[in-house]
Design a protein around this ligand. Structure first.
Ligand code: PGA
Length: 252
């Protein structure tokens, strides 16, 4: 994984009430709060950002949102903006997760607007891309991922791209227990980095971290991290338990 700093992120999805999130955050703080050779980030539900942010203060664990809206404020019932996430202590925000694309109408165009809003608000976007099972079976993996990348990132400068993180998450591997093989993951990661190189140049392509997501566990993280273009993981299910997430963070 070259000299990019490993990055392990936990996406708590729609799990954990405030008190449950507080308990998990305290556990994580004691288990991995002092780790600095791996960037660690957790993305709790919006309602738990405040309490988790408070608990994580003084630790090295970063806080992230799971989504945001592209306007900074306004009459948009139910939405959360970049300035709100920032004020709640977030440094990162996940954008374009496949569940947002599948259930909430997220498109490459809305992803693009959200990335713009995140960058304007001083947040690091974690852009999620990945093919469905049908797309993989019909041989469209590379074209789907390329389109998500191109349209999601349309209009950004190399400087802006350099600030972002990309997460490759094959939809068929999310929450299913089916992990892509390390070779399957690596070949897509390599193609993503190749696209970045063509579009933004070698130094950007070398700097951008590409995370893998989809049924990552303490048992498979080591093999994934050994691949040249896998720089970390975006973890769902296994991030909901302190010990298993810590096991992933401490993969070395
Ligand atoms: P999973 O989810 O680890 O439960 O497969 C990954 C994700 O959706 O980010």
């Amino acid at each position: 994984m070259a000299d990019r700093k490993p990055f392990i992120a936990g996406n708590w999805k729609m799990y954990k009430t405030g008190p449950q999130a507080a308990e998990l955050a305290s556990r994580l703080k004691s288990l991995v709060g002092d780790i600095t050779d791996v960037d660690v980030m957790v993305a709790p539900p919006f309602t738990a950002l405040g309490v988790v942010g408070e608990i994580l203060q003084g630790s090295a664990i970063h806080l992230g949102g799971q989504d945001l809206f592209w306007e900074a404020e306004g009459a948009y019932t139910g939405q959360i903006s970049a300035p709100m996430l920032k004020a709640a202590g977030c440094s990162h925000v996940i954008i374009g997760h496949s569940e947002r694309r599948q259930y909430f109408g997220e498109t490459n165009e809305t992803v693009n607007r959200k990335i713009r809003a995140a960058l304007l608000g001083g947040l690091i976007p974690v852009l999620c891309i990945g093919e469905s099972e049908a797309e993989r079976e019909s041989g469209q993996t590379f074209s789907v991922v390329q389109k998500q990348l191109e349209e999601g990132l349309e209009g950004f400068s190399s400087d802006e791209i350099q600030k972002m993180t990309v997460a490759y998450e094959p939809v068929w591997a999310i929450g299913t227990g089916k992990t892509a093989t390390t070779d399957q993951a690596q070949e897509v990661h390599e193609s993503i980095r190749g696209r970045m190189e063509t579009a933004y140049g070698n130094s950007v392509a070398k700097a951008v971290r590409i995370l893998y997501g989809g049924s990552v566990k303490p048992e498979n993280i080591g093999d994934l991290m050994a691949m040249a273009d896998i720089d970390g993981a975006l973890v769902g299910g296994a991030s909901l338990d302190g010990d298993s997430f810590a096991g992933i963070v401490r993969y070395k």
